[in-house]
Structure formats: C-alpha cells, structure tokens
Write a protein that binds this ligand. Structure first.
Ligand SMILES: [Fe+2]
Ligand SMILES: [Fe+2]
Length: 299
C-alpha cells in the first residue's frame, strides 16, 4: 500500500515550523466540506459476519476519532497561553478528527450499524488515556494511536473491495498519515519546553509500544471477517511503522524495544532504511497533506 501524490518525486524538505502546519491545516479545512462519501449504493456483503465485523471495525475508528478530537481541543486550551499558533494548529487538527467522526457516523448508519458501547479492552485503553494529564503523555499516546490507525487502514485497503468502504478507508488513511508527522511536531515542541519530559516519557513509551503490539489479539476476532488482516501480520505492521517512526526521529530520544522488534523479524537497520520515507518526515506530510492531489493505492 502506498500513498503518493500525483507526479511526486523524492523531496528534501526541511522540518517545518508551526506556521507551515497551520497554513496546511487552514487549506485543508477549506476543502474539507467539499468532500463526501458516495453512499448511493448499498454494500453487497458476502455474509452477515462480514457486515458485523465492518461495524466493529468502524466503531473502533469512531472511538479513536472521538478521543483524538477531545484531547486535541483540551490541549489547544492549555497551549494557547504560551503559543497561540500551536494552539490554533491543535484546534484545526481536532476539527479534522471531528469531521472524521461525522463521516464515520454517516457510514455506520449506511451499513445498518450504530455507535456501540466500547468493549473491555478498548474501554480500558481510553480510560487510561483520558486520565493522562501531562501534555507529553497525551501527545505521545496520540502519535502512537495515529500511527497504528493509519497502519490498520492502509492494510485494510489491500483487502476491502466494497467501493463505499474503500472511500471511507481512503480518507482515513490519507488524513491519519498527515496526522502522524503533525503529532511529531507537537511532541517536539512540548519536549523542547520541558527538558524533563523526555526522561519521564521513556517508560510510558515502552509500555505503550508493547501494549499496542498486543492490541491485534483483541481486535482480530472482531474485525478480521471485514478487513482480512491476520493477528501476527497486524502486530508486525504496528511494530514496523512505530519502529520506523521512532528510529528515524532520534532527537525524540524514544528507542523502540529491540527485543520486541527482533521477535517480529525486524531489525533497527531495516527500519532506518533510507529508501523509504520516514513516516514522520515533512516529506511524508506533504505527500498526505494536499487532499486534492493525493491518491491512495493498494499494493
Ligand atoms: Fe481521524
Ligand atoms: Fe488523526
């Protein structure tokens, strides 16, 4: 699965200042309402099991959007006192998650589903996340959630053939891919402001990394009949994308757990390969940023 703009070649764009992200989000906000899901045709499910799995899949997505929206807007309120541009960037970012939540609500209705109460594992995750108070913990958690979200949508796009579901997944993949480097930008700013934050984050990072890799054990029995992704395949993909993200951003000081990577057949050298763009780079952001020029294709 690749995400690439039309006529894109490799670029060497430097890390971007907040103003760049803000400008990009403002342009995206203008285009946001022009986009819509084509729900004119009912989906021809192969089985009721597939439809139910799709409802579970998009419910998980809905919860991620809901949580992202709330956390981004709360952070915007805190950040406003010391960096109004960064606060506005957080607000617009939260608005994008709010828009995703609206689209998902519409899509769930289309497939005869609704927003369901959270399962035990999901509820535990979000409860812990909602209790996080320190800004660096919230942003790091969000960054890692965005990464596994984008990874799941990207893999699902390889298997899902229903046009309406593909259209929903395409929007989510494209936008969450933009949100990953955006959250790296947020995290960098927060770490710059508080020199002790990096040290505090190390254990939280390892705990999150390990827990997120175990998440497919809970999600696969519910969603696999829709997305066709296996447990080990998804855990390895999470390790790969999370690993690549942090291996290629060494200034964040968060080193992925080597043993865990090796257990899944990944080496740090592989993850630092230069022929693949870092998922957190400004180049990757540019590729995912412009809604009109971005296409998403399955491998
Ligand atoms: Fe989203
Ligand atoms: Fe997002």
């Amino acid at each position: 699965m690749t995400i690439a703009p039309m006529n894109a070649g490799p670029t060497t764009a430097p890390a971007r200042p907040t103003r760049w992200w803000l400008g990009m989000l403002e342009r995206r906000a203008e285009k946001m309402r022009e986009e819509y899901l084509d729900l004119s045709q009912p989906i021809a499910w192969s089985s009721e099991e597939e439809r139910r799995a799709a409802i579970k899949f998009f419910n998980a997505a809905f919860r991620a959007e809901e949580s992202g929206l709330r956390q981004a807007h709360e952070l915007a309120g805190e950040v406003a006192a010391w960096d109004p541009d960064l606060a506005r960037t957080l607000e617009l970012y939260g608005n994008e998650e709010g828009w995703h939540r609206e689209l998902l609500t519409e899509f769930l209705e289309h497939i005869g589903g609704e927003v369901l109460p959270m399962g035990r594992v999901t509820r535990t995750f979000y409860r812990l996340y909602a209790r996080a108070e320190r800004m660096e913990t919230i942003v790091l958690t969000n960054l890692m959630f965005e990464t596994i979200g984008a990874t799941t949508y990207r893999l699902a796009l390889r298997n899902v053939r229903h046009p309406a579901a593909r259209s929903m997944l395409t929007i989510l993949t494209r936008d969450e891919s933009f949100h990953v480097p955006l959250n790296v930008h947020f995290l960098r700013h927060i770490l710059e402001r508080d020199p002790d934050a990096r040290r505090r984050l190390r254990w939280i990072f390892l705990l999150l990394f390990t827990s997120l890799l175990a998440l497919p054990l809970a999600s696969r029995p519910k969603a696999r009949a829709f997305d066709g992704i296996g447990t080990r395949q998804l855990a390895r993909a999470y390790a790969e994308y999370l690993g690549r993200l942090f291996e290629n951003e060494p200034d964040l000081g968060l080193r992925p757990p080597r043993l865990l990577l090796r257990l899944l057949g990944l080496t740090p050298q592989e993850l630092r390969r230069t022929d693949e763009l870092s998922v957190a780079s400004a180049e990757a952001a540019e590729r995912a940023a412009d809604r009109s020029a971005t296409v998403v294709t399955a491998l």
